[in-house]
Design a protein around this ligand. Structure first.
Ligand code: 13P
Length: 284
């Protein structure tokens, strides 16, 4: 099966009150672990690739890994640019074979965010590629970008509605209190914002910073209308812990497969547990 746009499965997720996971791909082992979990649980999923991960893997390897995953699994898989920063990077990804892009214009003024997102939607849609926009700013750390939780600003429902109407995005990330990276304490999620926006627009509502969010909060976010949830840090933490354990136990290990295999297995378990929590099992 070729890579598909998020529109192949997000409308059904919205309708069926479950969420499809975006799992960030950072290297071969992430790609394999996420695919393995998807195959075992017959779940659709999204490979999220940040600009930092793109730089690390190279665009050709990134697309080749995702295409191999789609071919091997037969699952509906979207390859999605995570937090794209410009029209140029979005177009570069689409040209290379991405089936979906996010444009994160949240650091621009509201009007500029609309204008820039709209340009990308027009071009991407002409090529059958789905687009995610962002409103409000999400705190925490992703790649080299950090934002203090206190400086993060929540999305305003009336702005989210106008943003959707003017841009026509397929998915909308709204800042509702989650953050990228590891939480200190519990997140305070504004479920009412998710509910209000989801009830007013047909685009899939996206929850970023899905790592470390307690199960009941994930369930409540889905119930309120979140149809796409992003997870990266939990895979990084689990994979690295497995590597550390092997290396701490035996300082003579030098074959990467000896520590990357347990890392990959640990990530399979994380992704399977998220797919189960999100309710996407058996939906492929
Ligand atoms: P976490 O790393 O906190 O899971 O967030 C992932 C994310 O939102 C990617 O955009």
């Amino acid at each position: 099966m070729p890579l598909v746009s998020m529109n192949e499965f997000l409308p059904a997720a919205r309708e069926g009150k479950y969420a499809v996971g975006q799992f960030n791909m950072n290297n071969l082992e992430f790609a394999q672990a996420i695919t393995q979990a998807g195959i075992e649980l017959k779940s659709p999923f999204i490979f999220g690739v940040s600009e930092g991960a793109l730089k690390y893997m190279g665009i050709e390897f990134t697309v080749a890994l995702a295409e191999a995953a789609a071919k091997q699994s037969g699952l509906p898989i979207a390859l999605h640019l995570d937090h794209g920063s410009s029209f140029e990077v979005a177009m570069k990804c689409i040209r290379a074979g991405f089936s979906s892009v996010m444009f994160d214009g949240s650091h621009h003024s509201f009007e500029d965010n609309i204008r820039l997102t709209k340009e990308i939607v027009k071009t991407a849609h002409a090529m059958g590629v789905s687009v995610e926009g962002e409103l409000g700013t999400i705190g925490g750390t992703e790649d080299d970008i950090s934002l203090d939780a206190e400086k993060a600003s929540l999305a305003k429902p009336e702005e989210a509605i106008r943003f959707y109407e003017e841009t026509g995005v397929d998915a909308l990330a709204i800042a509702v209190g989650t953050a990228h990276g590891v939480y200190v304490g519990e997140p305070k999620i504004h479920f009412d914002i998710i509910e209000q926006v989801a009830a007013a627009i047909p685009a899939a509502i996206v929850l970023h910073g899905g790592s470390g969010v307690p199960d009941e909060m994930l369930r409540a976010a889905i119930k309120a209308g979140a149809a796409k949830i992003n997870v990266n840090t939990e895979n990084q933490v689990a994979g690295t812990a497995a590597i550390r354990e092997v290396l701490n136990k035996d300082s003579k290990v030098y074959d990467p497969r000896k520590y990357l295999t347990p890392a990959r297995n640990a990530m399979v378990e994380v992704v399977k547990s998220k797919m189960t929590q999100f309710g996407s099992v058996g939906k492929a």
